[in-house]
Design a protein around this ligand. Structure first.
Ligand SMILES: Nc1ncnc2c1ncn2[C@@H]1O[C@H](COP(=O)(O)OP(=O)(O)O)[C@@H](O)[C@H]1O
Ligand SMILES: [Mg+2]
Length: 229
């Protein structure tokens, strides 16, 4: 498998007043094209930081992040934004939907930045909502939807530009167990369609649905194991 994303000796420091905090302490990790990876580990171990680096949201303090073989350090801020918009879909624990917009309008937002023709946006947003089982809710606003439905809208929004890579940070963290399982099964089926999926979760039942599990501790990969794959 060719790596889609690769981290080489990645260190990430966060400034803390006069000093700094080292959140990642030299991580080597490659995610294969078409792989389904889970990242797990205790709170504060660096999971979100790692996901943000994979998604080109942050730059490493030291080391390299490569996407499709290209070193992201060579890209400008604008180029990184374009890459994220075209190739990466993000899903977060807090769904981050805009309250004033309907479900389909939320899903359509990434297409505005991608300069998709306005006439095509609605149709593509509706198709993405259909993919996550929410055709009947296209005109609902977030506060008219359950938590599980809001997360499905967020997943449709992440999918709408047809990204190669889907990154999810604790996507079931705000959901009850059964709804969380439905959401993880949705990620399993999106992976089955050929997408590369990386999901952060500290819930073992969620992580177990991936092909490979990477366990972080104190900013380092502590252990890797095969899961269902
Ligand atoms: N913006 C920040 N400024 C300072 N410290 C941060 C920042 N973001 C995260 N950290 C620290 O870095 C460590 C790793 O954080 P994070 O990647 O969010 O871990 P996780 O997602 O595994 O809980 C934690 O100790 C956290 O407090
Ligand atoms: Mg986190």
């Amino acid at each position: 498998m060719n790596p889609l994303v690769e981290l080489r000796k990645v260190v990430k420091d966060y400034p803390m007043g006069a000093t700094s905090f080292r959140a990642l302490r030299g991580v080597d990790l490659a995610v294969g094209e078409g792989e389904f990876l889970a990242i797990t580990g205790p709170s504060g171990s660096g999971k979100s930081t790692l996901l943000h680096l994979m998604g080109a949201l942050h730059r490493p303090t030291q080391g390299q992040v490569l996407f499709e073989g290209q070193d992201l350090a060579e890209l400008s801020v604008d180029e990184l934004a374009r890459l994220r918009n075209a190739k990466i879909g993000f899903v977060f624990q807090q769904f981050h939907l805009l309250a004033r917009l309907t479900a389909w309008e939320n899903v359509a937002l990434p297409m505005v930045y991608a300069r998709v023709h306005p006439a095509a946006r609605r149709e593509r947003a509706l198709a993405a909502l259909a993919r996550v089982g929410l055709s009947a809710f296209a005109h609902h606003r977030p506060n008219q939807l359950s938590g599980g439905q809001q997360q499905r809208v967020a997943i449709a929004r992440a999918l709408v530009n047809n990204p190669k890579l889907l990154l999810a940070d604790e996507p079931t963290g705000n959901l009850d167990t059964r709804t969380g399982q439905e959401i993880v099964e949705l990620f399993v089926s999106l992976h089955g369609e050929g997408r590369t999926v990386v999901i952060v979760s500290h819930e073992p039942e969620i992580a177990a649905r991936a092909e490979r599990i990477v366990i972080l501790r104190d900013g380092l990969v502590q252990e890797e194991r095969r899961a269902r794959g």
